[in-house]
Structures are given as C-alpha cells and as structure tokens.
Design a protein around this ligand. Structure first.
Ligand SMILES: NC(=O)CC[C@H](N)C(=O)O
Length: 363
C-alpha cells in the first residue's frame, strides 16, 4: 500500500507501507548504523520518534530471539530505503515486516532516505506523520503538528522492582529511565547482581536495598522533564558510586547544576568517535541522543573526561571528589562497538574501593 512521510516543513516522501496499518507521529530522527535494527527498534529511548535508517538494506538478517533491548518497541515509526522481506540468518525467526505488524508499528520502505536525511541535517529535527495515501486524500492534505508528549520516562520505566540477576559480587541498583536490556546484562557480565527499580524510587527504598553502586540508565525525551529526580540523584552520589549512561549522564549534569540543550539533529549511530581526555585514546562508540550537556554551563565540581571528536560536545564527566561518573554514549553497545566496555570495570573498581573504605571504618 502506498504511504507517505508528511513533514512539518511541508515536504513529503513517498514509499510503501509495511508493518501495522496505522498512522505514526513523532520526531523524525536518523540512525547511521549498518546493522542493529532489532536493538534500535526496542531501545526505549526512541519513544515518540520515527527512526530513519541511513543504511539502505535493512531486515536482511531478520528478527531473532536474542537481540531485543526491551519487551516492546516504543518508537512510532520506522523508515528504510529497502526493507528485506526474505531474511537469511540461522537465528532469524521472522521478518522485519511481521515483527512491525505484531508490535503495532507502522513502517515505510522504498523511501529516498538520502534526501530525507539531508533535509533533517539541514533543517534540524522535524516532526512528521507516516500515513497511507488514502488517509492523505481523506484529510485533504491538511495536517497539524502538535507538540509531542513529554515526561516519557514515567511511561517507559518499570512499574515494579525486579531482580535481573540473583548472584554477583556487587549489588547494583539500576534506576530504569527506559533502560536497554544490555546495561543490566553488561553489569551481570562484570560480576554484578542487578536490581532494576522504577525511575521515581525514593532514596529510602534504594538505601533499604543495600546497593554497592547505582546505575542511571538511558531513557527517552528531554532530560529537563525529570527535574523531580535530581535531589535523589544528588543524594545517591553522596553515599554510593554512581555510573550514568546517556539520559543518566544528562541527569548527572543537571543534578550538579549544568544545563542541557537540544542538538540540531543529535547523534545516532554505531561509529561516533569519542576521545578520552585522560588517556588520549579514541573509542568508536554507539550513540543515540538528541540532547547534550552544555559544556559552558558545567559546574566546577564536574570535570569533562570525554569529548566527541566530530563536534567537540561533552561525552563524559566525572565528579571531582565523589565516585560519580557518566558518559553520553553507550558502553553497553547493542548495537555497535564494544570499545568502551572498560567503563564497567571502572564502576566495579569504584564499588570495590567503597567496600575497602567500609572495612577500614569498621576496624
Ligand atoms: N539514549 C538516551 O538515553 C537518550 C537521552 C535523551 N532522551 C536524548 O535524546 O538525548
């Protein structure tokens, strides 16, 4: 069935509808990864966004049982140049088309994604609809582009406290702002027992869980929608090692007094170079964010540890006196390179040091 992407700047892109037959509305963003579409589809940070894949062939290895980052997708549309309907991979269980249909997500394929992405890069991010040709005729081509819903973290967070891993040397409480599954998996792989808690869990309840460290996850939307969470984050930093990823990083920035701002079109891809200022090493990183911590507003208690090699934006900070650190990119990969996995070791080292200090105090 013929379909369209209708953008708020008046432009339209045509294609073929795939997946669920419904209207999709969201912020149109692009991802430059050649692979990883299953992880992208299920990363809750894409809530309310229509994702355009710049790599032309998507769906060629199908959908498998392993690569989900969350139980369901939160994005509102998926756009490709060529969606492959005959996947070939021994782990493939279904096609991209079937998965989108089952999950109620509309897709549009056969789109001139190169020209669409050039437009987004020029204008900055744009709101848009994916609609069928018939619907365009019905509304006579007139669309309004209302503001997108805010406060998305509260929608995607877990409603209950759950134990992800039962065994482990360090107990990590993971504040779920829309966490990708591979954050908890990576912690478990580094010897951590992980308890996942709702975003708004109180300091008292977190304390009662007796964590050795706190993980602040990735998540959707504008970081400034979560100002109510900042007092808890600040208080946690006084008592535990804290590691923040993506939205978690932005909230650490806000908690200590920095500001965040929306970027023109963000960073979404699997090959973003990030320089560690302490070692001079450059890591190729996985990224998905539209906001950034504003360098010029960083308080003196936070030191910049990582910068983006392409545009100089802040990619990591560290508290000067507390074991609190965070990165804007995704060391848990999924999808993308695993260059930055050592950050999980840094976190477990901090938890070890804290235990060491406790022993000293106890004797
Ligand atoms: N992956 C994330 O955590 C994204 C953070 C935030 N929603 C942004 O777009 O910048």
């Amino acid at each position: 069935m013929k379909g369209y992407l209708v953008l708020e700047n008046g432009h339209r892109f045509s294609g073929e509808l795939i997946g669920a037959v419904r209207r999709g509305y969201g912020e149109v963003v692009f991802h430059t990864g050649m692979t990883g579409y299953q992880e992208i589809l299920t990363d809750p940070s894409y809530a309310n966004q229509i994702v355009v894949m710049t790599y032309p062939l998507i769906g060629n290895y199908g959908i498998n049982a392993e690569d989900f980052e969350a139980k369901k997708p939160w994005l509102t549309g998926f756009i490709t140049s060529d969606a492959c309907s005959k996947p070939s991979h021994n782990a493939s269980e279904k096609t991209l088309h079937t998965y989108l249909e089952e999950q109620g997500i509309v897709g549009l394929t056969g789109v001139d994604t190169r020209s669409l992405v050039r437009m987004i890069r020029q204008h900055g991010s744009l709101k848009g609809y994916i609609v069928s040709g018939a619907e365009i005729e019905m509304v006579d081509g007139s669309f309004t582009f209302p503001d997108l819903p805010r406060d998305l973290v509260k929608k995607v967070t877990t409603p209950v406290i759950t134990q992800h891993t039962a065994e482990g040397e360090h107990h990590v409480v993971l504040l779920d702002f829309g966490a990708k599954g591979n954050i908890a998996n990576s912690l478990a792989a580094h010897g951590c027992r992980v308890t996942v808690v709702p975003a708004t869990t109180s300091l008292e309840i977190i304390r009662a869980l007796q964590p050795d460290g706190i993980m602040l996850s990735n998540g959707p939307g504008d970081p400034q929608d979560n100002l109510d969470l900042l007092p808890t984050i600040r208080a946690l930093g006084e008592e535990f090692p804290v590691f923040g990823i993506c939205l978690g990083h932005q909230l650490i920035g806000l908690a200590y007094g920095a500001k965040t701002h929306k970027m023109k079109f963000g960073h979404r891809g699997s090959n973003h170079p990030v320089k560690d200022l302490r070692t001079g090493k450059v890591h190729i990183t996985s990224q998905n964010h539209g906001y950034t911590v504003d360098d010029a507003t960083l308080p003196s208690v936070l030191e910049v540890t990582h910068v983006n090699v392409n545009d100089g934006t802040v990619e990591g900070v560290r508290h000067r006196t507390l074991p609190v650190f965070s990165v804007q990119y995704h060391p848990e990969a999924a999808p993308g390179p695993e260059d930055a996995r050592e950050l999980f070791v840094e976190f477990t080292t901090q938890m070890n040091e804290r235990k060491g200090h406790r022993l000293v105090y106890a004797t």
